[in-house]
Design a protein around this ligand. Structure first.
Ligand code: SGN
Ligand code: CA
Length: 524
């Protein structure tokens, strides 16, 4: 570890090199000038629902380490994505632009790495930049001094990374390995005379929610409350009737729920069953032993129970939740390791810490797993931010979006935000100042149909009170009054009395499309 003297030297040399002078909020709300550049630690998980972060909701799990970020900072309760799926969401974050403008509209796209991104702009400002963990943008990362990323979705066990162009397979569990790599880069990899921007992006808790061996017994006796919308009949929502992300119908017993029995008497959808059995084969003998010690017992009980119908649904839900929460436990523990490191190294006072997910996720609401929809559970994403020096605490209700991260980081670093960026810096909110976003409502566009979960393409606008969605290929509209119908069960589009609000929302939608130059999709 570096000693304090070395650190003082580093900070001095950086500020003498003419780095940004950052504002700092005092206890009485005044802004003080703090010398020296602010580091950025941008932690992101894949598919981490706000329902499973105790800073938001402690129904399911306690996440004491992730909550540390909120305790010394803020939690956004209306934080949204622009396109609720991995690659597109990441491209929106990197560029600060909606999908049609950054070109990465669905997971089959390849990111044009020659375009402007916030890591590149920070790098030009003298930052040392790195991305470690999930990348999922197909092309090689650009704008990073160091990159060590999983291939595609990456594996939970013994994953292969591409480290600055070289393939490396690493033994261990992905969340631990990714954290080890991040700590190693912070400690020995970076040029410590420069401020850093580290994108620490976990694969977890993405499907198939494989826990670390040390967490397998957690929650074994827990029974989680099934959401009240689990048996939603989608009676007012046409697109929701044809999706394929139902826990009851589409969640696979062998692949998703790990019932890969050794004598192969349990069968599921043939391709998924084969994958489910293959995932196990990727483990080393110790990992397999720990896995078997847990799942073999669950498998035998499952076989003996012979469950059907609603009993089987309930079992699937519990099994899904247990594995998902075990994976979150590992994420939380590893977030704690990083925070401890920053504390030990005296970096807490000079590092902006962000915790988020590439989108929200269904924990059985509407009967679903997965994401993609503009409905709240997947459109909304967790966002916890700790800005050193700021006294602002608690909940921020302003509607922010993942296109806002890039301009926020740029403003923090003293970089002029390029005018072609769609997002809007929310740094003023973090400092307790007035925030005037450059938009009237939040715009959304999802493109990946049919793909494996059959969610129709749609776009829409959300205000603080309403949401208007257009499934434009079928010309089907949905309108929700979010105050009266928080679960979005009652589509009131076309109902008497909604003419005025519909017209207002359509105008907002068209205006946003014009603002973002997405004219080919102008709503009818
Ligand atoms: C994989 C998953 C899907 C998931 C997509 C997108 N199937 O294809 O369930 O919706 O990723 O997720 S799996 O069998 O490969 O697990 S994303 O968040 O990475 O975009
Ligand atoms: Ca994701």
């Amino acid at each position: 570890m570096n000693n304090l003297f070395d650190k003082t030297k580093k900070i001095l040399s950086a500020s003498m090199a003419g780095m940004a002078v950052l504002p700092m909020v005092t206890a009485c709300g005044n802004v003080q000038e703090q010398k020296g550049p602010m580091n950025v630690l941008f932690i992101m998980c894949d598919d981490h629902s706000y329902q499973t972060i105790s800073a938001y909701d402690s129904t399911f799990i306690k996440t004491p380490n992730i909550d540390r970020i909120a305790a010394d900072g803020v939690k956004f309760t209306n934080s949204f994505v622009a396109n609720s799926i991995s690659g597109p969401s990441r491209a929106c974050m990197l560029t600060g632009k909606h999908s049609h403008a950054n070109g990465f509209t669905d997971n089959s796209s390849s990111f044009d790495g020659s375009q402007q991104t916030f890591p590149k702009l920070l790098q030009q400002q003298g930052y040392e930049t790195a991305v470690i963990g999930k990348w999922h943008l197909t092309s090689e990362p650009t704008g990073f001094n160091h990159w060590d990323v999983l291939i595609g979705q990456g594996d939970y066990y013994n994953p292969t990374f591409i480290c600055n162009g070289e393939k490396v397979q690493r033994e261990g569990y992905a969340t631990n390995v990714t954290t080890d790599l991040a700590l190693e880069w912070l400690e020995n990899g970076r040029d410590a005379s420069k401020p850093f921007c580290l994108l620490l992006h976990h694969k977890a808790p993405h499907r198939t929610w494989m826990p670390d061996t040390c967490d397998l017994e957690l929650f074994a006796d827990s029974n989680f409350p099934m959401p009240e919308t689990f048996y939603d009949d989608y009676s007012t929502r046409e697109a929701a009737k044809v999706q394929r992300m139902s826990i009851s119908k589409d969640m696979d017993i062998v692949y998703d729920l790990k019932m890969a029995d050794k004598d192969s008497t349990i069968h599921s959808r043939s391709d998924l069953e084969a994958w489910g059995r293959r995932m196990y084969n990727n483990m080393n003998p110790d990992q397999k032993r720990a896995w078997d010690a847990h799942y073999d017992v669950v498998i035998e009980k499952f076989k003996a129970a012979g469950l059907k119908g609603k009993e089987l649904d309930a079992w699937k839900y519990q099994q899904y939740m247990r594995d998902y929460l075990r994976v979150i436990t590992s994420v939380d523990r590893n977030v704690g390791r990083v925070l401890d490191y920053l504390e030990e190294e005296g970096l807490m006072d000079n590092t902006l810490i962000v915790y988020t997910s590439d989108q929200g996720f269904y924990m059985g609401e509407h009967g679903w797993f997965d994401k993609r929809w503009m409905y709240e559970e997947s459109f909304r994403t967790p966002l916890l931010v700790r800005l050193p020096g700021s006294e602002v605490r608690g909940e921020l209700k302003n509607m922010v979006q993942n296109i806002d991260y890039a301009p926020t980081f740029l403003e923090l670093a003293g970089v002029e935000v390029p005018s072609d960026i769609h997002g809007c810096s929310f740094l003023p909110l973090l400092k307790g100042e007035e925030w005037k976003p450059n938009r009237d409502g939040v715009y959304y566009h999802y493109y990946e149909y049919p793909d494996e979960h059959a969610v129709k393409r749609h776009l829409g606008v959300r205000t603080e009170t309403h949401k208007l969605i257009h499934f434009y290929e079928d010309n089907v509209w949905e309108l929700f009054d979010l105050r009266a119908d928080k679960h979005e069960l009652n589509n009131i589009y076309g109902k008497p009395g909604t003419e005025e609000i519909t017209a207002v929302l359509k105008e907002k939608l068209v205006n946003l499309q014009k603002q973002y130059n997405e004219e080919e999709f102008i709503a009818q």
